[in-house]
Design a protein around this ligand. Structure first.
Ligand code: ADP
Ligand code: MG
Ligand code: MG
Length: 253
C-alpha cells in the first residue's frame, strides 16, 4: 500500500521566486525505507520542507498524495496530525516550555486526530519512559526546556524522541546524522529501526553511508538540480563512495 506518492513536483522559494524542485517523482510504500543523497544545494531539504508545508516554499506544479489524501490541501499542522513527521536540521528552541509538556501536547494532538483518549501527565510519563530508555536518555531530560542548552547530540536524540512519541506514519529525517558522535548515531539509528512499523514509511536524507549501514534503506535516490536522477539500492551508495557524484551526473540539455 502506498503511503506517499509524489508526482512531477515543482516548487519555488517564495522570497526570490527561484525554482528549486524541478519535477520530483517518488513513491513510498508501507514498510519501506528510502534514502535521498545528493550534493549540497540539490534540493533535498527543500523537498522535505515542501512536503511538511514550510511557508518559505510554494508548490508550482505536481502533486503529493499522503495516505490517499491530497497533502497540499492540508495545513502544516494538519499534515503533522495526520502522521507526517519532519526532523529539522536545526531544531528550534522553545523557551519556557518544558520538554515533557511539549511532547505531551504534540502527542495528544495526534491522539485526538486518531480519536484516541488524551494522556494525562501521569499516563504520559508511563508512555514516554520506555522511549527514553530506547534512546539512552536521562529522565531529567523531560524537565528541561525544549532544546534550550541542549548539545547537538541531545537535540538530535530529542527529535527522535518526538518521532517516537508521535508514532508517525511517514518520517522524514533530514541529516539526522549530522553532528552525532558514534554512540549517539548508534542510539538514534537503533531507535529509528525500533520505531519502524510494517505500515509506516521512512525517508532519510543523508550524505553518509555510515547512517545507511545502521538503517538499511530499501531504495536509494540521487537528487540533482531538484530532480531524482537515479534510483537504486545500497549498491548505489557503494558506487558513490568509490567514485563520487560525478560518475552519476546527468548532463542538462
Ligand atoms: P540541500 O538540502 O540538497 O543541500 P536545499 O534544498 O537546502 O539543498 O537548497 C537548494 C537550493 O535552494 C540552494 O541553492 C539553497 O541555497 C536554496 N534555498 C533553499 N531554501 C532557501 C530559502 N529559504 N531562501 C533562499 N534560498 C534557498
Ligand atoms: Mg545541505
Ligand atoms: Mg539540506
Amino acid at each position: 500500500k502506498i503511503i506517499l506518492e509524489i508526482k512531477g513536483l515543482e516548487a519555488k522559494i517564495v522570497a526570490t521566486g527561484q525554482q528549486i524542485l524541478n519535477g520530483v517523482n517518488l513513491t513510498i510504500r508501507e514498510g519501506e525505507v528510502h534514502a535521498i543523497m545528493g550534493k549540497n544545494g540539490s534540493g533535498k531539504s527543500t523537498l522535505s520542507k515542501v512536503l511538511v508545508g514550510h511557508p518559505d516554499y510554494e508548490v508550482v506544479s505536481g502533486s503529493a498524495s499522503f495516505k490517499g489524501t491530497d497533502l497540499f490541501a492540508l495545513s502544516p499542522e494538519e499534515r503533522s496530525h495526520a502522521g507526517l513527521f519532519l526532523s529539522f536540521q536545526t531544531p528550534i528552541e522553545v523557551p519556557g516550555v518544558s520538554n515533557v509538556d511539549f511532547l505531551r501536547m504534540a502527542c495528544n494532538a495526534r491522539r485526538k486526530k486518531l480519536e484516541q483518549p488524551e494522556l494525562d501527565p501521569l499516563e504520559f510519563y508511563a508512555y514516554v519512559m520506555p522511549k527514553l530508555e530506547l534512546l539512552n536518555m536521562e529522565p531529567t531530560f523531560l524537565n528541561r526546556n525544549v532544546n534550550e542548552g541542549f548539545s547537538g547530540g541531545e537535540k538530535k536524540r530529542n527529535e527522535i524522541l518526538q518521532l517516537a512519541v508521535l508514532e508517525a506514519d511517514m518520517s522524514i529525517l533530514d541529516e539526522i546524522d549530522s553532528g552525532l558522535d558514534i554512540d549517539a548515531l548508534r542510539d538514534v539509528a537503533k531507535a529509528v529501526n525500533a520505531l519502524k512499523r510494517e505500515d509506516s514509511g521512512v525517508l532519510m536524507v543523508t550524505h553518509y553511508k555510515r547512517l545507511l549501514d545502521y538503517i538499511r534503506p530499501d531504495f536509494v535516490h540521487i537528487m540533482q538540480s531538484g530532480e531524482i536522477i537515479k534510483t537504486g539500492d545500497m549498491g548505489l551508495v557503494d558506487q558513490l563512495e568509490a567514485t563520487g557524484y560525478a560518475s552519476l551526473e546527468t548532463v542538462d540539455v
